[in-house]
Design a protein around this ligand. Structure first.
Ligand SMILES: [Zn+2]
Length: 849
């Protein structure tokens, strides 16, 4: 018979990453290949910890580690015959398995951060931690020529609201009363540990522009014999890289806005038939209890098919009244109707209404969707206050304002321009700007079966600081818990509203551009506007030199975010990063950061691909890293034999992660347009810590873990079919999707305990849910409990509920699982070894020419 769907969680499921959850388990990167790699070693310059392993035998302590001359045995002929020794290939791993305490500075010096996805605890020693600011280079070249020689990008990923580890040093709130945040009067940089107090404390010199400021009387303090203010330890802004100032009235145009959420629910025939309507209603109803600030938070909702149906909430004990807007070409919000009400006193009526909606439309024959018009209508409802529109969309909007056409990508080759990844409705962009200006952000969940034109919709989310969630192909029985957890996390994660951010650089450097989910006003080109900002969003500031810096000094990057908290406070969160300046190109490579580099590179793909060709974008990706590796070769390893591929230690995984981009949903052949668009939208907004796991998933041997003592997570395996043993059971996850793979030789008892079927053959024959999916249901035995517990741990660590699919012979989940084994040759692209050979040949050709 058909398996029952998993029970709804009824508020008991863990919400990933909530601060009240136990700390996430330590992340274990995949192991090095058989005995080939030594653990991480300290490079010679103090203050820079090696992020990864070193090729070859470990050098004695204190010695310079050899470069990664791994690929080709000396003396081997160059060109296509180049052989690569698989045991010498750089792999993720060799990072310490245990928890790392990361101090942002040691002995007055910047420290290069640990890998973004590893587990570490941040001690703020006067410079912002890597969760909040992560630079592609930890040692800044003193001139643009030197930067250009290195061919390493210079960008800083800034995640101002990043989720801290529960044990991180908390960001302290500084309330200077009427004085407000102390700033440089010339460049407006905020007070930070690098401002120098002079003249017995009466003046201070700005570390950004060197201007000498008078110390405000209310801020004066005597200097001690060390020349530092005596109150330095009591003032977080003088000793911490990250602080939050209480804003004074001049930082407020109006009182901080009330948190407002307006839900839009698709009730067209498809939405009803697929259970999308029921899922949306159930999830919204369940989260109403969790919404913080129940008395202040305003809630409203509307449903839509070929018209928009508002619901006037007439107060406790009274039935809501439906108001239908039939003209969906000229959208308005009914005036005077109580469409937004505080959740607390109206919860019972809202929950009753949400229960009724699926039944009210159960017999509908209307299969038109005016989703675009409905979003515009919702913006009109919330515009007096601002707030969040959360739309649940099931099909391509084909009716009313912002109706969209089906766009066909069949037969599009790699030389064709991907115009269908650009918006087909320019008025959507305008609408997004209008919304952003009104402090309205737009979140969209696609509970669709097929194409919904994510490309056009993503404008609405990306310009307003919103989020996109894709559940296509939506399956009500499988995806209910995922939708619920995503919605919960959306409401409960650290977040801010009506925000403005600016990134400042010290003299000689400047921000050239930003990428991320935000909008800019033509009247103010230097600030980015964020109607909403949350823990899962990062902006990337691309930095250029405007003049030469002084080697041996430090330069500074400061991100200041002015925002309103959900409980109605106005704050300025300030992160200041101090980076040393170097005149040595080798130091630029030593201090390069792989996670930030991949954040930069994936955002470049995401911004380049729409409207470009696959071939040109792929070439751009490979030539970017070839330029970097060639520069290293030229300036740091010129004496090496040309038959060796030599990789800088800090960037030795650059080819592997780049290959993963090339084989991922954005750039592989045959990917669906919506999947390409979704990848681009995710990469444009995610912080660095979420990007590398999406590129190189974690593969866990469940059958081995079951046999071992329970405890910490083991290392992940190399992402290759060669890692799979006969009879094994594996869990693969990338922070977004998860797969459970069962080998055909798996012991029947294990299959029975885990999946509730008698054998692997039975699994293939078992009746499934609609869509051919096989659910993983919690069963009453230790094996099943172990796997459920493992899933919970992984979900907390990734702050993501993840969609779990059981891979069965010949089904889509099996294809998804094997496509995730990025080191193997597949229809998506070459094997890791072949790609290394390709990169090596390109470098050799460039050196020869
Ligand atoms: Zn200044």
């Amino acid at each position: 018979g058909v398996m029952p769907p998993p029970p709804p969680p009824m508020g008991t499921m863990p919400v990933p990453g909530r601060p009240m959850m136990p700390p996430p388990p330590p992340m274990m990167p995949p192991p090095p290949p058989q005995g080939a790699m030594a653990p991480g070693l300290m490079p010679p310059n103090p203050g820079f910890a090696a992020a990864g392993g070193v090729m070859g035998p470990p050098p004695p302590p204190g010695m310079v580690p050899p470069p990664n001359r791994a690929m080709v045995p000396p003396g081997a002929p160059p060109g296509p015959q180049s052989r690569i020794d698989p045991s010498q290939i750089p792999r993720p791993g060799a990072a310490p398995g245990e928890l790392v305490i990361f101090e942002t500075r040691e002995q007055g010096q910047h420290v290069a951060p640990p890998p973004a996805a590893s587990r570490f605890i941040v001690r703020d020693r006067g410079s912002a931690g890597p969760r909040h600011m992560r630079s592609t280079i930890n040692l800044v070249p003193f001139s643009s020529d030197l930067l250009n020689n290195s061919q390493v990008p210079f960008s800083v990923a800034v995640a101002p609201m990043a989720l801290p580890d529960p044990e991180d040093d908390p960001i302290q709130v500084v309330d200077l009363g009427e004085l407000g945040p102390v700033r440089c009067t010339r460049c407006k940089a905020y007070m930070n540990p690098y401002m120098r107090f002079m003249s017995s404390g009466k003046t201070f010199t700005c570390n950004f522009c060197s201007h000498t400021n008078q110390t405000p009387d209310a801020y004066f303090c005597h200097l001690g014999p060390d020349g530092l203010r005596r109150d330095i330890d009591e003032r977080p802004e003088l000793c911490c890289g990250s602080v939050e100032f209480v804003a004074t009235p001049e930082y407020c145009i109006r009182p901080p806005m009330m948190p407002t959420h307006f839900f839009l629910i698709d009730v067209s025939q498809t939405a009803i038939a697929t259970g999308a309507t029921a899922t949306a209603c159930s999830c919204i109803s369940l989260v109403l209890d969790d919404i913080p600030q129940q008395e202040r938070t305003l809630i409203g909702l509307a449903t839509f098919d070929s018209s928009v149906h508002y619901y006037a909430m007439r107060g406790p004990g009274k039935q809501p009244q439906m108001l239908v807007m039939c003209d969906v070409m000229d959208v308005f919000a009914p005036e005077g109707a109580p469409l937004l009400v505080p959740v607390g006193p109206n919860k019972a009526e809202l929950q009753e209404l949400l229960k009724l909606i699926p039944d009210m439309f159960a017999q509908t024959r209307i299969n038109e969707s005016c989703a675009g018009a409905a979003i515009e209508a919702a913006i009109n409802v919330v515009k007096p206050i601002g707030g969040k529109v959360k739309a649940f969309i099931t099909c391509l909007p084909n009716f009313g304002l912002h109706a969209l056409k089906q766009r066909d990508s069949v037969g599009v080759g790699e030389k064709d321009k991907l115009t269908f990844l650009q918006s087909q409705d320019n008025t959507c962009k305008t609408l997004a700007m209008v919304a952003a200006d009104l402090q309205v952000s737009i979140d969209i969940a696609f509970l669709a079966q097929g194409y919904v034109d994510v490309a056009t919709f993503s404008d609405l989310a990306s310009s307003t600081g919103g989020s996109l969630y894709q559940y296509t192909p939506f399956n009500a029985a499988m995806d209910h818990d995922l939708v619920l957890n995503d919605l919960k996390w959306n409401l409960l994660r650290p977040q801010g509203m009506e925000a403005v951010m600016r990134v400042r650089c010290s003299a000689g450097l400047d921000v050239k551009s930003y990428s991320g989910h935000f909008f800019r006003m033509p009247s103010n080109p230097t600030d980015v506007y964020l109607p909403a900002i949350d823990a899962d969003k990062a902006l990337l500031a691309n930095i250029v030199h405007t003049e030469k810096l002084q080697p041996g000094t430090e330069c500074f990057v400061q991100a200041a975010l002015l925002y309103s908290t959900p409980d109605g406070a106005r704050r300025v969160r300030v992160h200041t990063l101090a980076l040393p300046v170097t005149d040595n190109v080798a130091n630029v490579f030593k201090g390069a950061d792989l996670d930030a580099y991949m954040c930069y590179l994936s955002r470049r793909v995401a911004s380049t691909l729409p409207g470009a060709t696959l071939a040109a974008t792929r070439d751009m990706v490979t030539s970017t890293i070839v330029n970097t590796l060639l520069a290293y070769r030229k300036y740091c390893a010129s004496n090496s034999s040309s038959v060796q591929l030599i990789l800088p230690e800090a960037l030795k995984l650059l080819p592997l992660f780049t290959l993963a981009i090339l084989k991922g949903p954005a750039l592989k052949d045959g990917a669906k347009p919506d999947d390409r668009s979704m990848w681009c939208a995710s990469m444009m907004s995610l912080p660095a810590a979420r990007i590398t796991p999406m590129l190189y998933p974690r593969l866990l041997p469940v059958h081995q873990m079951l046999a071992n003592e329970p405890g910490a997570l083991p290392d992940g395996l190399v992402c290759s079919a060669e890692s799979l043993e006969a009879g094994g059971v594996y869990l693969l996850e990338n922070g977004h999707d998860a797969y459970l793979y069962v080998d055909k030789m798996a012991p029947p008892e294990l299959v029975q305990d885990l999946l509730g079927v008698k054998s692997y053959e039975e699994l293939g024959r078992a009746a499934t849910l609609p869509g051919g999916l096989f659910p993983l249901i919690p069963l009453d035995n230790p094996t099943s409990a172990f796997v459920q517990d493992l899933l919970t741990k992984l979900r907390i660590h990734r702050s993501s509920f993840m969609r779990l699919r059981v891979a069965r012979k010949g089904d889509a989940a099996e294809v998804g699982f094997f496509n995730s084994l990025v080191e193997d040759k597949s229809t998506s692209g070459p094997s890791y070894v072949d790609y290394l050979c390709h990169v090596h040949r390109l470098i050799q050709n460039r050196m020869a020419s």
